[in-house]
Design a protein around this ligand. Structure first.
Ligand code: PHE
Length: 353
């Protein structure tokens, strides 16, 4: 009997060792540990074993059964391990393969220019002040000292948002420049501290609208960045110094600037600033039309009437203001020949920046 048990164990373990897949393993389990397996038969027929031998045979039979079961568990684990290794090696990720390129978004070229302008003026202590795009005639023109029949008020230049009958004497319109923000900012700052208003140092960026004949040079919608400094003893040389410094920080340390006399109703005196053409270095080229200079912005000392309208006593306070067109600056720097590209939303254009 004991010999037979030894044989059962040996055959069982030997056949198990040959097995290489899960189906064969299940079959093996039925054959060697199932209800009609040799070892189970032996348990069933224990009654036939003599009394003397029964204890030893039973113990041995149990051991054989346990040995077969343990071997089965081990084999099962081994097969799983092999399967896992195979799937790991076959389905392996090659991390050195090039990835799929995800197209990168970018900022609109005018936004890029705007952010550069913000950075330069922030370094000089100017804060960004946001003002409304829908304005009244009063803020857009009257408080800025536009004479009653100034051509800029004409229908050809402004987008009014009311019908002709509704308009009255203070019509609502889309701002034609960022200058009405000057009045709003001055009133806000002086209202905060009527006795001793803090010095105003702001830039006002934003969208402006004009009823233009759209062409390569004129759009009906464009951005401006206005600047305003109001305080005690602010002079024209502060204006020149600030704007010359801006030009150097924006266009290069060696760029020269020049100021030409000009006219705006809300500044006195008024000027326009040119910078030396950064494309030809002043030699003369197509962009500067052989003059060597590029017109960059309008500026001037805040008109006493405008100071008064903003809540400041012109006897005690002075200030300077300026306004520039980021589209124009972007066009000059990037050699873009048509302002209409900025709103055309053509990816072939936008992807270049
Ligand atoms: N608002 C003027 C324009 O639109 C620009 C400007 C602003 C000029 C501030 C002087 C001072 O042309």
């Amino acid at each position: 009997m004991l010999e037979k048990l030894a044989e059962i164990e040996q055959v069982g373990l030997a056949t198990l060792a040959e097995i290489a897949d899960e189906a064969a393993l299940n079959q093996w389990k039925v054959t060697h540990l199932g209800r009609s397996s040799a070892i189970m038969d032996l348990f069933k027929n224990m009654g036939e074993v003599s009394k003397e031998e029964r204890g030893a045979v039973g113990r041995e039979a149990n051991q054989v059964k346990q040995a077969l079961e343990a071997a089965l568990t081990q084999k099962m684990a081994a097969l799983r391990e092999v399967a896992l290794r195979r799937s790991l090696s076959q389905e392996r990720l090659d991390v050195t393969l090039p990835g799929r390129a995800i197209p990168r978004g970018r900022l609109h070229p005018v936004t890029q220019t705007l952010r550069e302008i913000y950075r330069v003026f922030a370094d000089m202590g100017f804060q960004v002040y946001r003002s409304r795009e829908v304005e009244t005639d009063e803020f857009n023109f009257q408080l800025l000292n536009f004479p009653p029949h100034h051509p800029a008020r004409e229908m050809q230049d402004s987008f009014y948002i009311q019908s002709q009958e509704e308009r009255g004497d203070n019509p609502i319109l889309l701002r034609t420049h960022t200058s009405p923000g000057q009045i709003r900012a001055m009133r806000e700052y002086s209202a905060e501290n009527p006795e001793n208003p803090p010095p105003v140092r702001i830039i006002l960026p934003g969208m402006c609208y004009r009823y233009e004949q759209v062409s390569a040079r004129y759009e009906s919608q464009f951005t401006q960045v206005e600047g305003l400094a109001v305080g005690r003893n602010i002079t024209f040389s502060n204006l020149k110094g600030t704007l010359s410094d801006f030009a150097r920080r924006m266009f290069g340390q060696n760029v020269r600037a020049r100021f030409r006399a000009s006219h705006f109703p809300f500044t006195e005196p008024s000027a326009e600033m040119d910078i030396e053409c950064f494309l030809c270095g002043g030699e003369g080229c197509a962009v500067c039309k052989s003059t060597g200079w590029l017109e960059i912005l309008g500026c001037g000392m805040v008109h006493p009437t405008v100071l008064k309208n903003g809540g400041y006593d012109p006897e005690r306070y002075t200030g300077f203001a300026f306004g520039m067109g980021p589209e124009r600056i972007t066009m000059l720097r990037r050699k873009i020949e048509d302002i209409r590209y900025f709103w055309a939303n053509d990816l072939r254009f936008l992807e270049q920046f």
